[in-house]
Design a protein around this ligand. Sequence first.
Ligand SMILES: NC(=O)C1=CN([C@@H]2O[C@H](COP(=O)(O)OP(=O)(O)OC[C@H]3O[C@@H](n4cnc5c(N)ncnc54)[C@H](O)[C@@H]3O)[C@@H](O)[C@H]2O)C=CC1
Ligand SMILES: O=C(O)[C@H]1O[C@H](OP(=O)(O)OP(=O)(O)OC[C@H]2O[C@@H](n3ccc(=O)[nH]c3=O)[C@H](O)[C@@H]2O)[C@H](O)[C@@H](O)[C@@H]1O
Length: 441
Amino acid sequence: MKRVKAGIFGAGYVGLVTAAGLASRGLDIAVHDTSKEKIATLTAGGLPIFEPGLEKLLAEQHITYIQTAKELVTSCRYLFLCVGTPQAKNGEADLSFLESAVKTICRYADSDKIVIIKSTVPPGTGRLMEKLSETMNIEHRITFVSNPEFLRQGNAVQDFLFPDRIVIGSDDDETGTEVLQLYKQWDCPKLQMNRESAELTKYAANTFLAMKISYMNMMAGLAEKTGANIEDIERGIGSDSRIGKDFLKAGAGFGGSCFPKDLRALASIGTELNEELPLIRETLYINENQAKAVLRKLSTVFGGLLGRKIAVLGLSFKPMTDDVRSSPAVSAAEQLLLLGADVNVYDPLVRDNPVAGAVKSPSLLDCLEGCDAAIIMTEWDEFREILKPKMLNKLKSPVIVDGRNMFQLKEMKKLSREFPLYYDSVGRQRVNTLLTANKIK
Ligand SMILES: NC(=O)C1=CN([C@@H]2O[C@H](COP(=O)(O)OP(=O)(O)OC[C@H]3O[C@@H](n4cnc5c(N)ncnc54)[C@H](O)[C@@H]3O)[C@@H](O)[C@H]2O)C=CC1
Ligand SMILES: O=C(O)[C@H]1O[C@H](OP(=O)(O)OP(=O)(O)OC[C@H]2O[C@@H](n3ccc(=O)[nH]c3=O)[C@H](O)[C@@H]2O)[C@H](O)[C@@H](O)[C@@H]1O
């Protein structure tokens, strides 16, 4: 039996996970990217991004990596668009990569094509691209289907292979059903709807998850002032199945390549359509203040940060990724520098130094050396090590501000009785036997 052939535009997180996932379920996959380096790396068996499990899954498949877009377009009926839709200066989604891929498809299409948009795009984009294609290629029918992707970095392979649902948005049921056939091996709810609904579903999902986080961060402030513990509140409300346990972790705020840009894009869509979206604006506002609130905790200890040396632990926007796009850790380090502090940074996975002016340390131990305090911005498991005396002794005084609530309050209270320390976190009461022992240096 002839295998279904599909082409993928974009060899980023979504493109490569889609390629590996579809190939592992029997589709014949080819991938094209405008970055010649990425295609060369992939052809040589390398992986241009870090994503657990992806290298292995890709290596097990026979995927063709193609330098020329023409070859991809002419050889496939199904074309997945997985190109970036970054934030433009005005907050809107920048659709230029998508537009450019669509123009390429129109230029080379030699038969009818079904273009499946996986990139996150504002509602109405499929229609807009259809109009563009009608002006460029009148000989062949180019149909646009929305198929938003819900994977998380760090867990992308599992999320793609075992999703909670697959959403397909099309203008006619027939095309939607044809595209769903590509996912016939997937055993999950498959939701067909119109294109705009599918496009908006993606923004609604991301903004809802971000809203849950900001809600908990708002509650965290109140918990601190009332003597409550945000983790107990998390358990208390999360066990209500109507609320759900996930995405209730208070901390230094959300980052990454998607939540911040998608919320801003949705806010722009609201402005353009004269539709007020106050929950989106508040979610962003709370988030923008969250990393600053963590820094204020640090400032309180020393009465200002000028001339202080601070170890910033973590650079990526969350653990299990080396992605630093819109990372609260990076913005905290930058703000510390602006406040006049000297900054050491350490991350187990991030290779380059994204913070100009900070010293990037080769190890956790080096990072702590001679610092006045450590601030945890990404909850990498390795940072549990800092509670060991050989680590704590590297700090001038054991002052830890935990922006990700890595440690249990109980364990910190116990430790502080043996080893005077100052430990502050988010939405919980401070543990302090250091200042009371008058041992801050
Ligand atoms: N990163 C993530 O976890 C998720 C991202 N998304 C959405 O998926 C889209 C892609 O995101 P990522 O994979 O993270 O982006 P990325 O930035 O990692 O990769 C995009 C790739 O597209 C390539 N590209 C740009 N124009 C092209 C063209 N005309 N032809 C071929 N290749 C082209 C770029 O060179 C780049 O390699 C975005 O809209 C994003 O919002 C959706 C779900 C999850
Ligand atoms: O559109 C996208 O790109 C993706 O965006 C997010 O995935 P991702 O950005 O990879 O990471 P998340 O695990 O959602 O975390 C985002 C941020 O929220 C923070 N977060 C997460 C959960 C939580 O309870 N508290 C919290 O502060 C994380 O530290 C991180 O900075 C969504 O979870 C995916 O469903 C979506 O497909």
